[in-house]
Ligand binder design. Structure first.
Ligand code: C5P
Length: 227
């Protein structure tokens, strides 16, 4: 069983090494993992990932999407870097996903199904006859068949995804806000307790901690809701 603290992933959504490491040092005792996304990775690269990994496990959120050979080779490099999770888009056929899983010995691959910025109308305009929810479920099942460790999805899809994939796979949910707080630009938000009830194993939180006056207290309040 994971502890409530291990269930909280903090998104290091800043662009400099200095800011990122200050946040890591402040919060290493309060959260289970740090997420490094595109902004920080493009700005500071693998050296910063190694430095963060000395403080807590790293979730490298690069959302890879390319031919299987390229994704596999990039995943192998991430595996050598020592990251805990790496995100890869669920592609048609799932072969890039399978290549990433195959290339990693320790790094766990998470499948990205449909980005939360995509609507039913976007899928129809692209010629698909399904809606977002059906597409999320189909891609989650395909990802499970390709051997991924988990799926990233919003709290509102988490319970359907949880039912559609094996129990051994993890469900990881961003777009989480403590009850009664600002949703920022997230359209489909849930509270930490709702995310857990829906079957999420871990939650990803950025701004509610980063922008809090007292970050440690903000993280502790989230962890308390996960207990
Ligand atoms: O600040 P906030 O808590 O909204 O940050 C959420 C983090 O999760 C950001 O790093 C964002 O890129 C990421 N994310 C998301 N929605 C997804 C996938 C990832 O908000 N579907």
């Amino acid at each position: 069983m994971m502890t409530p603290k291990e269930r909280l992933i903090f998104a290091l959504d800043v662009s400099t090494r200095r800011e990122a490491l200050a946040l890591c040092d402040e919060l290493a005792g309060e959260v289970g993992m740090f997420k490094v996304g595109l902004e920080l990775f493009v700005s500071e690269g693998p050296d910063l990932v190694r430095e963060v990994a000395r403080r807590a496990p790293v979730f490298l959120d690069l959302k890879l999407h390319d031919i299987p050979a390229t994704v596999g080779r990039a995943a192998a490099v991430a595996d050598r870097l020592g990251v805990h999770y790496l995100t890869v888009h669920v592609d048609e056929g799932g072969r890039s996903l399978a290549a990433a899983v195959e290339a990693c010995s320790a790094t766990r691959i998470l499948g990205i199904t449909v980005l939360t910025s995509i609507s039913d109308a976007d899928l129809q305009a692209a010629g698909l006859s399904t809606n977002v929810e059906q597409t999320v479920l189909q891609r989650a099942q395909l990802a499970a068949e390709r051997g991924v460790a988990g799926i990233v999805c919003s709290g509102q899809e988490a319970s359907r995804v949880r039912e559609a994939i094996p129990k051994s796979m993890e469900v990881i949910t961003p777009g989480v806000r403590p009850a009664g707080t600002n949703a920022d630009d997230q359209a489909r938000v849930v509270t930490p307790a709702m995310a857990r009830l829906a079957g999420a194993d871990r939650i990803v939180v950025g701004r509610p901690i980063r922008d809090a006056k007292d970050r440690v207290s903000a993280a502790r309040a989230l962890v308390a809701e996960l207990g």
